[in-house]
Write a protein that binds this ligand. Structure first.
Ligand code: ADP
Ligand code: MG
Length: 375
C-alpha cells in the first residue's frame, strides 16, 4: 500500500488497445518497462512495450504470469473481473483496487452508487422481464432508452424507444440477453465529460471540462474547454471530485454528463480509466490523462493541470482512416494518431486527430463539412 514505483520498474497493463498503448507511451517516457496482457498478438499497446502475454483477459493463469513479471498492475478497461484482481494482488501491487471496477461494471450498480451519494442521475428502472418493462414505460415514459446493464460500449446493447411504435420483439431480444435498465431519454443541450486522476494518497489532478459530440452513439468530436455556463462547470467539477473520493480513485477516471436543454446536469456514466474524450489532453495540457494515470498508479505527486491551448479532437473510425491519411499533406495543423490496428473495420476506433485552435467553432464546422467524416 502507498508504495511509490520508480523508473526502471515494470508496469503491467491488462488490455492492449489504444488506451493501453497511450498509457504505455507515457510510462516509457518516464523510464518504466511495460508488459501487456491481450489476446491479439502485436496489439496496439504491445507495439510500444517490452513484452506481451497473449491470453484472454479472464485467463487467471495468464494474469498470474503477468503479475509475477511486473511491479505494479493496471488495466485499460472496466470489464476486468474483480475476483481475478483480488487473486493477482498476491503477486504484485494493484493500487487501483476493485471498488471503482465493481461499481462501474454494471449500469444499475453505478446508478445506485450515484443515488446513494445524492448525485444526479436520469430517471430509470431495472428491467428483468416484459412485465417489468411494461410497468416501467408508465413511470419512465417515452422516449426512453433500454440498455443492457453489463458489457455495453459505443452504443452497443442499447435500444432507442422514440414512441409506442417500437418492436416488442427487439425489446424481448435485448431483455433475453440479461438484466436491462430503462432510462428516460434526456433532451440534450450538450454532453460533457470530466477527467480526474488520483494517487493512493487521494491527491487529485482534474482536467478542464470537455464537450463531446456523438454520432450513432459513438464519440465523434471533443473540444476543450467546453462552452458551458460557469455554474454548470462548477457542478461538473464538484460531482467528479465527489465520485473520485467515494470510489477511492487511484489512476484516471472519466465522468460523462448529460446537460439537458433546461440546464440540469445528470451523470450518464463513469469510466474508471482514461477516456476517448480526454485524448486531446496529450497536446493541449501540461500533462495528459495518460500521464496522470501513470503518476497516480505509481503514487507520484499529482500535478495541477494547465490547459495550454484550447483544442478539438476528432475520431478516426475504420471508414475514416484511409481518406484521412490521404489528406495529411494538406493539414499541417493536425496532430495525427494512428493506433496501429491491423484491420480497419467500419466504426472501429483506429486513430484520432487533435487540432489546437483559438476558434473551436470554425474547426468543428470544417471537420463536419469535410468528406472524410461524412459517414
Ligand atoms: P456507452 O456505454 O455505449 O457509451 P451511453 O449510455 O454513454 O453508452 O450512451 C451512448 C450515447 O447515447 C450517449 O453518449 C448519448 O449520446 C446517448 N444516450 C444514452 N442514454 C441517453 C439518455 N438517457 N438520454 C439521451 N441520450 C442518451
Ligand atoms: Mg458513454
Amino acid at each position: 500500500m502507498n508504495k511509490i514505483h520508480l523508473p526502471g520498474e515494470t508496469i503491467g497493463i491488462i488490455g492492449g488497445g489504444q488506451l493501453g498503448q497511450m498509457m504505455a507511451q507515457s510510462a516509457k517516457e518516464k523510464g518504466f518497462k511495460v508488459v501487456i496482457l491481450d489476446p491479439t498478438p502485436n496489439c496496439p499497446a504491445a507495439q510500444v512495450s517490452e513484452g506481451q502475454v497473449v491470453a484472454e483477459y479472464d485467463d487467471l493463469n495468464a494474469l498470474i504470469e503477468l503479475a509475477k513479471q511486473v511491479d505494479v498492475l493496471t488495466y485499460e478497461f472496466e470489464n476486468v473481473d474483480a475476483k481475478t484482481i483480488d487473486e493477482v494482488k498476491k503477486y504484485t501491487d494493484v493500487p487501483q483496487g476493485t471498488k471503482a471496477l465493481i461499481v462501474t461494471q454494471n449500469r444499475l450498480r453505478e446508478k445506485q452508487f450515484l443515488v446513494d451519494h445524492h448525485l444526479p442521475v436520469v430517471p430509470h428502472e431495472k428491467i428483468e422481464s416484459m412485465a417489468d418493462f411494461t410497468a416501467a414505460i408508465d413511470s419512465i415514459q417515452l422516449p426512453a432508452i433500454l440498455k443492457t446493464v453489463e458489457g455495453g460500449y459505443d452504443g452497443k446493447g442499447q435500444l432507442l424507444l422514440e414512441n409506442n411504435d417500437f418492436s416488442e420483439n427487439e425489446v424481448a431480444e435485448l431483455i433475453s440477453q440479461g438484466t436491462c435498465i430503462l432510462e428516460r431519454k434526456i433532451n440534450l443541450l450538450k454532453e460533457v465529460s470530466v477527467v480526474i486522476s488520483a494517487n493512493s494518497q487521494q491527491q487529485h489532478s482534474i482536467f478542464p471540462v470537455i464537450e463531446n459530440e456523438h454520432r450513432h452513439n459513438i464519440l465523434h468530436l471533443s473540444n476543450c474547454p467546453a462552452r458551458i455556463k460557469q455554474t454548470t462547470e462548477e457542478e461538473c467539477f464538484d460531482v467528479a471530485e465527489k465520485i473520485a473520493r467515494e470510489l477511492e480513485l487511484v489512476g484516471t477516471l472519466c465522468v460523462e454528463y448529460f446537460i439537458s436543454t433546461d440546464h440540469q446536469v445528470f451523470v450518464n456514466e463513469i469510466a474508471p480509466r482514461p477516456h476517448n474524450s480526454g485524448h486531446l489532453t496529450i497536446e493541449s495540457c501540461n500533462v495528459s490523462q495518460f500521464d496522470t494515470h501513470i503518476l497516480g498508479v505509481c503514487n507520484w505527486p499529482m500535478p495541477k493541470v494547465t490547459l495550454f491551448q484550447s483544442a478539438v479532437m476528432v475520431n478516426l473510425l475504420g471508414q475514416h482512416l484511409g481518406p484521412a491519411k490521404e489528406a495529411i499533406k494538406q493539414h499541417v495543423e493536425w496532430y495525427f494518431h494512428d493506433y496501429g490496428k491491423e484491420t480497419a473495420k467500419n466504426n472501429r476506433k483506429m486513430g484520432h486527430i487533435t487540432i489546437l485552435t483559438d476558434d473551436i467553432e470554425t474547426v468543428k464546422q470544417q471537420i463536419n463539412h469535410d468528406p472524410i467524416w461524412k459517414s
